[in-house]
Design a protein around this ligand. Structure first.
Ligand SMILES: O=C(O)CCC(=O)C(=O)O
Length: 187
């Protein structure tokens, strides 16, 4: 499949058994946050659990997340993601999709308030979910099924010219944890 410029699906970072162990560890270790967001004047629960780690506070979905040091588990993982991608990361957003009803709406990741390198490395653990992309200017989109252990890099045009989403699914699926590695700079 031809991927848009700036989108790179790397060989899996982790074998399935290790990905499953890491999923269990991270689900247990993470102080998950449940949030709400407002859409068309209505406040609704965010359909997933999240946590953000990194040296700088970050405004995400209308909330200021304070700086939170990476845990030893995340530090070890960061080294592996950096080695595989050749990029440096200092922050990571964890999104936990508890089942097929949890999702992520259309958005783009080019909004760091204080700059930083905008490339994002996305590591998926657990249930395979469909990752959808569509050009901001309209036109045909595409979908990728992200398996446990997969590593996807988004940079350049893939971030500025495209939006992405993880839709709900009626298929019975177990939990999925996605870690988006980022590089942020302070104010
Ligand atoms: O769960 C995913 O694969 C996507 C996560 C995402 O879009 C984000 O963190 O901005």
């Amino acid at each position: 499949m031809d991927l848009p410029p700036g989108l790179l699906l790397l060989p899996p970072l982790l074998p399935p058994e290790e990905a499953a162990r890491l999923l269990a560890t991270l689900v247990a270790e993470t102080p998950w946050e449940a949030h709400t967001f407002t859409i068309f004047g209505r406040t609704v629960p965010m359909p997933r659990r999240i946590q953000l780690y990194g040296p700088h506070g970050y405004r995400y979905s209308g909330l200021l997340h304070p700086a939170r040091p990476l845990t030893p588990t995340l530090e070890a993982l960061r080294s592996r993601v950096e080695l595989a991608t050749g990029l440096a990361f200092n922050s990571v957003l964890l999104n936990l999709y508890r089942d097929g009803q949890d999702s992520m709406g259309w958005h783009q990741d080019d909004d760091y308030p204080h700059g930083g390198q905008p490339a994002v490395a996305s590591l998926s653990l657990g249930a395979t979910r469909r990752f959808r992309l569509r050009p901001r200017g309209g036109g045909p989109g595409l979908s990728l099924d992200l398996d446990s252990g997969s590593l996807l890099v988004l940079s350049g045009e893939a971030l500025t010219g495209w939006q992405h989403a993880v839709p709900r699914t009626a298929r019975p699926v177990g939990p999925r944890l996605n870690l988006t590695w980022r590089h942020m700079t302070g104010a």
